[in-house]
Design a protein around this ligand. Sequence first.
Ligand SMILES: [Fe+2]
Ligand SMILES: [Fe+2]
Length: 483
Amino acid sequence: MPETSNVDYSTKIPNNVGLMDDQRVLKALEQWHPGYIDWWMTMGPEGFQTSDVYLRTAISIDPKGWAKFDYVKMPDYRWGILLAPRQEDRRVNFGVHKDEKAWQEVPGEYRAMLRRLIVVQGDTEPASVEQQRHLGKTAPSLYDMRNLFQVNVEEGRHLWAMVYLLQKYFGKDGREEAEGLLQRRSGDQDRPRMLGAFNEETPDWLSFFMFTFFTDRDGKMQLESLAQSGFDPLSRTCRFMLTEEAHHMFVGETGVGRAIERTCQAMREAGIEDANDIDAVRKLGVIDLPTMQKKANLHFSLSLDLFGSEVSTNAANYYTSGVKGRFQETRIDDDHQLTKATYPVSKLMDGSIKMVEEPALTAINMRLRDDYVNDCLKGVQRWNKVIEKTGVNYRLRLPHVAFHRGIGEFANIHASPTGQILSEQEWARQKDQWLPAKADGDFIAGLMAPCWERGKFASWIAPPRVGIDNKPGDFEYVKVDRA
Ligand SMILES: [Fe+2]
Ligand SMILES: [Fe+2]
């Protein structure tokens, strides 16, 4: 089958890239498949591999009606290779090759660069599945459990997407990298995943929602900039992945929003005015807002580290070569080569934080991070609307970009959430006010009792406004095996 907008389900690997006519790649993928299933069974969602889950599966790449919903056992999910349609006459849109025809094959000189970018992106996908594998057991509802599993199978598909590019365009070393993606493990001492945030634990559902809000949003920004790539197959793959990624951020934003809503309701009902009266709020069986702020501080700062150093020659090279662009590159009104432009970068100068103009080319990471922060800010404002509506006097905010950083300009200092630079002692004394402490984790862990009855929700989270696929409130999203 040639490339179309519909997906060929006649092969073991559903696809719209004409795999039937590409025996070499089909064979390579079929060889990789058992290892993938083995990884899914050992590292995927624990305890639910035989349950029927109401999942969406992509059946077309047409933006309208690309998915269908049905009960599927996760190991039977049809992971496939789906690329957005090829645009006639697409061009390289930035860098030294600007206006040349987009590349359908990997340019020799950029091979190592492209392989690196694809492997790093690919590595994050299975990592998050590994991080989330225990959460099904404490799901606050069948609705939430289903959303978790949906995110998990789609991250699995994103791994397939990157593996396809490696197998098709990078020969022997591509096949080795594809194997490596199944061998590293999140948090493993000897073979960790490649990026820091993907080796952290996701111990509870509030962490999961914060992770999908903050860290999947980093994924969105990376995919957006790779979707600009002059290497057309990478661009097309990322464009389709973004349609799935939107749901992950929906899960995060509404998950935190529903926890906030429930907390504020409980406070109102109990007549608690002071959101900082943590003990009183916790007695109601809900998560106090200051603890949510701490979790947001943690996940935001870990996610900022994923953007790398503010000033980076690697990022400049990716851009100049035309392999990785800026967020919404084609909508930006400039020369798309940036040979003379500058960009303001926040830097540590003589012990204080200042904005400094840097060449825009080396400040590419900073710019993407700024776009990310703005995107996060909009979500936080929507959370604050939820609080405001209930009349509770509290607002969530994003911490300063210098707070709790492990990479870049501020990696070697301590800063408060408002951006005040602190001594080692001051930091040690105050950090438990700003980041989840053991007692906070223990309290949240204590709330994480499973709630698997149809239409029921755990004490700490409000039901959603609408069901998935418009299903009614008591819909059985997961048929849990209770044997
Ligand atoms: Fe993903
Ligand atoms: Fe995602």
